[in-house]
Design a protein around this ligand. Structure first.
Ligand code: PMV
Length: 315
């Protein structure tokens, strides 16, 4: 019986969203949470019960078109895909890239043909273009790589050493974010306000400092950097009332750093709160927001991860 499995990591951006669009580096983490795909003999049907998704290549939906792009690139047309996931879609957690990587890996494994890594990556890039136009590629890189990495357009993903694993709280605004619209708004601001160019340079400096903090296990220092990165993102006007409620709620509950992650306008917030992770998630819950705790770096298991349901299939 033909059968193949594949996994794609969800991601959080620690520092550098929006700057990465303009060639600056970003620090991101592939989470141990993500999307698991199983491919069996069939006709291209894709089912993702957690996102209430049932798609086929050629059905005209974005997911159907992304699936068609992957299957065409890998020259596979005789497989069905069943996907399991605990991450929400459209929250800025890279669910579309995680889905594409899981499908490509499962298709590659089930086809019985040796697909080189470059072909799998090209298939995922094709799918991401369907969802996001011209994404920087950071989601796909994290979905393949897992762990913490430094990403730069044109250079790709370089694993970053992390001395001490840490837990990160992820809070969900419940409002889908529109990456294309946020990136376009930042682009317009950049045209009008030359200071935006200097703010982008600062993202690069924050990434360098973040890499050093991770290497020596300076969790407090990393917290400061997350706060500063969030300040810059507010200056780019990509925050929102829900994001601010989550960020300030996290800080009130003991977080030493909190910021939006991803494109902003909605989506998700991350918070670093050593010893207070449960307090942060509880505070968010009381404020009406879902959240979970995930791990970054070595030797820490996922903790308190909830299975969250959200409609739609794009990240
Ligand atoms: O799609 P999101 O929410 O993970 O945002 C991606 C990060 C951006 O830098 C805003 C866009 C990009 O293509 O890198």
């Amino acid at each position: 019986m033909i059968r193949g499995q594949g996994f794609g990591h969800a991601k959080i951006i620690l520092i550098g969203e929006h700057g990465v669009v303009y060639g600056h580096p970003a620090l991101a983490a592939g989470l141990t949470a993500g999307v698991q795909a199983e491919a069996v003999a069939g006709s291209g049907r894709l089912r993702v019960p957690a996102w209430s998704l049932d798609a086929r290549p050629g059905d005209g939906s974005p997911v159907g078109r992304a699936l068609a792009a992957i299957l065409e690139r890998l020259q596979v047309d005789d497989l069905d895909f069943h996907l399991e996931t605990g991450i929400p879609s459209r929250a800025g957690l890279g669910s579309s890239a995680a889905m594409a990587v899981a499908i490509a890996r499962a298709a590659g494994a089930a086809s019985g043909r040796a697909h080189p890594e470059t072909a799998l990556r090209a298939a995922v890039d094709d799918a991401e273009k369907v969802f996001h136009g011209t994404p920087s590629g950071i989601d796909a890189a994290a979905a393949f790589g897992g762990n913490v990495g430094r990403f730069r357009r044109g250079e790709g993903w370089r694993p970053v050493p992390v001395l001490q694993g840490m837990q990160i709280c992820v809070g969900l605004t419940g409002r889908p974010r529109d990456t294309g619209a946020q990136v376009a708004a930042v682009g317009r601001l950049r045209e009008r306000a030359p200071i935006v160019g200097q703010m982008m340079d600062l993202f690069g400096d924050l990434c360098d400092a973040g890499e050093r903090a991770l290497a020596i296990g300076d969790v407090d220092g990393l917290g400061r950097l997350l706060d500063v990165a969030h300040g810059l993102l507010c200056g780019l006007r990509v925050s929102s009332p829900e994001i601010e409620t989550l960020v300030h709620g996290a800080r009130a509950a003991g977080a030493i750093g909190a910021k939006l992650t991803g494109a902003g306008g909605g989506g998700a917030v991350i918070a670093l709160a050593p010893g207070h992770e449960q307090d942060v998630v509880e505070r968010w819950r009381r404020d009406g927001f879902a959240g979970f705790i995930t791990a970054v770096g070595p030797a820490l298991p996922e903790a308190g991860h909830h299975h969250l349901h959200a409609a739609g299939g794009e990240s």
